[in-house]
Design a protein. Structure first.
Length: 304
């Protein structure tokens, strides 16, 4: 999980810093933001501390109805939750005493032109992703027809070469050799690069390639939701299952179950084409279509 500070979000979203320049090192502990409501009233039960607090038009207008001492009291209720920072939206003017009181308590105050809903959505997405549990695995990650696919297998089996072929067919590279996996939810696994290997693809006998410089911006994508885990293995005679439809197997990554298939390699076999077929077939299954079921249905109709 990445450490994220107030300075990171100021830089990422170009927020205006109103006060607390020496407190930008404060670390975010919660992956969500919230608008104070119950906090203003001093109702502390069942509310988790250390959230970023956003002051939108409703909150600012409410504070303006109070005298300075009452406003200070309400702001004090928020500060008792030890927020890493307070953000004022819609470029509103801060209420009297807010900056000084936050300065005294070591809480940075930021401001933005964006609306409350825009700030909440952007911050939630950024912070949840940055603070997500993560692991790094050996493999290749590609986006095929809009679906994220992990390619795994022993070193030298042909993962990078297969990714190169897929790029030539219009698909996108996410990461080569080291893939960073982030768990965004119990059902969502995100694949990305580790910054150092961004845009690079290593091919044996050729060397390191920058796919963006060679093939254009469309050859690379920053991240993708993982839909399939494909293991490339050496060909073994008499081991392939030729049933009409194989039982779905899964690979576990940090508690997230990802559909898993194995593709055996043999000279002349179009592995990239098989991966495209697997991706498209998976998509059809998500839409409720099964080629095997339709085939069996045709046989039954013929027998009748």
């Amino acid at each position: 999980m990445e450490k994220i500070t107030v300075k990171d979000i100021v830089k990422r979203f170009s927020f205006e810093l109103l006060s607390g320049e020496d407190q930008l090192h404060r670390e975010l502990k919660q992956s969500k933001v919230r608008r104070p409501g119950l906090e203003f009233m001093g109702m502390f039960d069942f509310i988790t501390p250390e959230y970023i607090h956003i002051l939108g038009k409703n909150e600012i207008n409410y504070l303006y109805t109070l005298d300075e001492e009452e406003c200070k009291l309400r702001i004090g209720h928020i500060l008792s939750y030890d927020p890493p920072c307070i953000i004022i939206t819609s470029n509103q003017k801060e209420p009297n005493g807010l900056l000084q009181y936050c300065l005294e308590n070591g809480i940075p105050v930021l401001r933005t032109n964006d609306s409350t809903s825009e700030v909440s959505a952007k911050l939630d997405a950024f912070v949840v992703k940055a603070m997500a549990p993560e692991i790094s695995i050996h493999g290749v990650c590609v986006n095929v027809s809009g679906m994220g696919i992990l390619l795994r297998g022993k070193s030298g089996v042909g993962k990078s070469e297969t990714a190169h072929t897929l790029i030539g067919r219009g698909h996108r590279l996410i990461a080569d050799d080291i893939v960073v996996l982030k768990k965004l939810s119990p059902q969502t696994l995100l694949g990305t690069h580790n910054e150092k290997n961004k845009e690079f693809l290593a091919l044996r006998s050729i060397g390191l390639l920058n796919v963006v410089r060679l093939y254009g911006r469309s050859a690379f994508q920053e991240e993708t939701r993982i839909a399939l885990d494909i293991e490339l293995t050496k060909w073994e005679s008499n081991t392939l299952n030729n049933e009409l439809e194989l039982e779905t197997k899964f690979k576990d990554y940090m508690g997230v179950q990802i559909p898993h298939i194995q593709i055996q390699l043999q000279p002349g076999r179009d592995v990239a084409g098989l991966i495209e077929a697997a991706a498209n077939n998976w998509y059809l299954k998500q839409q409720g279509y099964s080629a095997a079921e339709e085939f069996v249905k045709r046989l039954e109709e013929e027998m009748e």
